[in-house]
Design a protein around this ligand. Structure first.
Ligand SMILES: *Cc1c(COP(=O)(O)O)cnc(C)c1O
Length: 375
């Protein structure tokens, strides 16, 4: 059986986790957390990185820092994971969904401006499959209307738009290190902060509303309750697991990219015949091979293909059910404009197995079976 996902594991994780245990520092903000912060800051060039317990929590932190309140609106795609909306809805905001572009599955930047109202506070682009949204245009709109940009870059580490890393455009960027992502710590994430002015408050919100981070650095002699907050810092054991992978980030990304290119090359003939569609990567977007998907004719064909592949020992899965049609989406959101592509394209998209240790032979076998299905 070829699984859809296998959590990344390099071999060094156990050694580092053992070290974290022997350090007798298994709570948050220990040596491995610090190493991860430094690595991400160096790799992305962001002003400040803070590891969190998930990307969902990183987004919650961003919503707190953006001072999202009851009655505010945020603009986001409906074709995304629930967390993108949850973090804002939790603060009482309304999720205003706009349609996606059928080529990249990212929010259509041309539809954002029409969805802006007096209540709009932020734009939340999601870089689907690690392919950048049209950030030039999105940043221009945000500036013009004085809105914040919070990037859901859950799938976007090691990817860039016009040479600039995803997650570093907006005030805040959010990474995920869930076991399904390119690098993992089981459950975890990171908040990227662009402007220095937010760092101190972010540290306080993340540490139960206290200035403990300052205390740990020896900047003050006791820490106190300063503001509301929560507990968003992961255990150093989890950070140790993640650090083993960050050290091998280039190698992991290259392995995934090789498989991605093999998929593309081997399925190109089917795409040329018009039987399926393949992912589109704008030339100025460097992606990270987070995902390989194809698009079938319609939902019915997709169900048949999933069943066929399963018989052949291959697990392929579809992705998001659009948020605006889900019970909470109806309650907490509204779709602005016409749903021309969100539902239609989401029903056609099928993700093929993709993970660090997937082999070239397995990709060969999978693409062969897809071809057999279409013959
Ligand atoms: C995985 C994912 C999330 C959630 O990440 P967690 O770390 O599980 O909270 C949010 N948004 C997108 C687009 C994702 O792919």
């Amino acid at each position: 059986m070829i699984n859809f996902n296998v959590p990344p594991f390099t071999g060094k994780e156990l050694e580092y986790m053992k070290e974290a245990i022997e350090n007798q520092k298994i709570c948050g903000d220990g040596p491995f957390t610090k190493k991860c912060h430094e690595w991400i800051e160096r790799q992305t060039g962001t002003t400040k990185c803070l590891l969190t317990t998930s990307c969902t929590h990183a987004t919650e932190l961003a919503a707190l820092l953006a001072d999202i309140k009851e009655g505010d609106e945020v603009i986001l795609p409906s074709y995304t994971f629930v967390s993108t909306a949850d973090a804002f809805v939790l603060r009482g905001a309304k999720a205003v969904f706009v349609d996606i572009r059928p080529d990249t599955m990212n929010m259509d930047e041309k539809l954002i401006e029409a969805a802006i109202t007096e209540r709009t506070k932020a734009i939340v682009p999601v870089h689907y499959a690690g392919v950048g949204c049209e950030m030039d245009k999105i940043m221009e709109i945000a500036e013009k209307h004085n809105l914040m940009v919070i990037e859901d870059a859950a799938q976007g580490i090691m990817a860039s738009y016009k040479g600039k890393p995803l997650g570093t455009f907006g005030e805040f960027g959010c990474f995920s290190f869930h076991e399904t992502k390119n690098f993992s710590m089981g459950e975890g994430g990171a908040l990227l902060i662009r402007d220095e002015k937010y760092i101190e408050t972010a540290e306080i919100y993340r540490e139960k509303g206290t200035d403990r981070s300052k205390y740990y650095r020896g900047q003050i002699d006791k820490y106190r309750w300063q503001n509301y907050g929560s507990s968003y810092l992961p255990s150093d054991m989890n950070a140790a697991y993640l650090y083993a992978q960050l050290e091998l980030a280039e190698e992991i990304t290259k392995a995934r990219m090789d498989r991605w290119n093999e998929y593309k090359e081997q399925l190109e003939p089917l795409a040329k015949e018009g039987r399926i569609e393949l992912p589109y990567i704008p030339e100025y977007c460097e992606h990270n091979a987070h995902m390989f998907y194809i698009k079938t004719k319609d939902m019915e064909e997709r169900s048949e293909l999933i069943a066929f592949l399963k018989e052949k020992g291959i697990l392929a899965v579809f992705h998001y059910v659009p948020l605006h049609s889900a019970p909470a989406g109806i309650k907490f959101g509204r779709f602005h404009g016409e749903d021309k592509y969100t539902t239609k394209e989401s029903e056609r998209l099928l993700r093929l197995p993709m993970y660090y240790k997937l082999t070239a032979d397995e990709v060969e076998y999978i693409t062969e079976q897809v071809k057999v299905f279409y013959r």
